[in-house]
Write a protein that binds this ligand. Structure first.
Ligand code: HEC
Ligand code: HEC
Ligand code: HEC
Ligand code: HEC
Ligand code: HEC
Length: 170
């Protein structure tokens, strides 16, 4: 009897652990897991080791709504000569030779009914890191903020920016 009790307790114990792990995994996949990219592009190397500024690649961030991802030609200004023996750079060179754009997986995406503008936030001097985290330490790009309405509004309150519905919902 006692043995049976112990055994069922052990099962119950593992049952709980499995449910908890399952929940954490679902949460992780939804909010934190970075998507795989066609090429494993490391921000860490380019920002921290090579010392490139964000605007070198995301040159529209202060000019338009979208920051935009750079064309392959921007990469090839270095990678015609740099690290040409690496498989990821050979893949990159393949895109360039075939004149194919790289279909990067989107990491940040607001629903279509939300209006957001990079330019407006750049003008007010909000740093990229405030919304995108320590990009210079990321080997793989991932999302670090929820991008929920509550997140937008709490910062707008803090900075006395508009919280009218029509500001973000046209
Ligand atoms: C050498 C070019 C280069 C530099 C420099 C660079 N990036 Fe990027 N960035 C990319 C490429 C390529 C992608 C798409 C692949 C990826 O997501 O890893 C990207 C993706 C991103 C994304 C995600 C886009 C999405 O899909 O949501 C963010 C955010 C970002 N970069 C921010 C930054 C910030 C902030 C800096 C400066 C600290 C920076 N980047 C510097 C090339 C660059
Ligand atoms: C106030 C918060 C905020 C700041 C500051 C910010 N971003 Fe973003 N970024 C976002 C949000 C929100 C999205 C998703 C936009 C969408 O889906 O329309 C995004 C998307 C992106 C994307 C992918 C989509 C696109 O617009 O091309 C890139 C690349 C990016 N950001 C780079 C940067 C860089 C580089 C900087 C600094 C120069 C920066 N961001 C500053 C909030 C911010
Ligand atoms: C200013 C020069 C420069 C530009 C522009 C540049 N890179 Fe790089 N990249 C480097 C250097 C330097 C390294 C480190 C090479 C090493 O490890 O010796 C590197 C490393 C890499 C690696 C890692 C290679 C490996 O497997 O070790 C990838 C992938 C990469 N770059 C892709 C890109 C892509 C994609 C772009 C364009 C969005 C780009 N790079 C733009 C200089 C550059
Ligand atoms: C880190 C702080 C911060 C975050 C996070 C933030 N904003 Fe802002 N936002 C500001 C500031 C500061 C302004 C500048 C107001 C101004 O121009 O006077 C602004 C301005 C704007 C404007 C232009 C307002 C106008 O008067 O035309 C829009 C649209 C906007 N934000 C949308 C968003 C959305 C959507 C999000 C979330 C996805 C967001 N913001 C997240 C700080 C932030
Ligand atoms: C600073 C920007 C901002 C302002 C101001 C804002 N919203 Fe939003 N709203 C968002 C963002 C971002 C989302 C999408 C993310 C989310 O669902 O949290 C959203 C989503 C929503 C949704 C859909 C929720 C859902 O669960 O799908 C509704 C409804 C909404 N907003 C109504 C409003 C109303 C009403 C106001 C005015 C009282 C308002 N919003 C003001 C940024 C904003």
């Amino acid at each position: 009897m006692k043995k049976l009790l112990t055994v069922s307790l052990i099962y119950a114990y593992f049952g709980v652990i499995i449910v908890v792990i399952g929940g954490l995994r679902a949460y992780w996949n939804k909010y934190k897991a970075p998507p795989d990219q066609p090429i494993n592009f490391p921000h860490q190397i380019h920002v921290t080791k090579v010392g490139l500024k964000c605007f070198f690649c995301h040159s529209n961030a202060d000019k338009s709504i979208h920051a935009t991802v750079p064309p392959v030609s921007r990469c090839m200004s270095c990678h015609k000569a740099v690290a040409t023996d690496r498989p990821e750079i050979q893949k990159l060179t393949g895109y360039w030779k075939e004149k194919r754009p790289i279909q990067w997986a989107q990491v940040h995406k607001l629903p279509d009914f939300v209006y957001f503008s990079h330019k407006r936030h750049m003008k007010k001097g909000v740093a990229c890191e405030t919304c995108h985290g320590q990009v210079g330490a990321m080997m793989k790009m991932r999302r670090v903020r929820s991008l929920t309405m509550g997140w937008c509004i709490s910062c707008h309150r803090l900075h006395q920016a508009s919280t009218d519905c029509a500001t973000c919902h046209k």
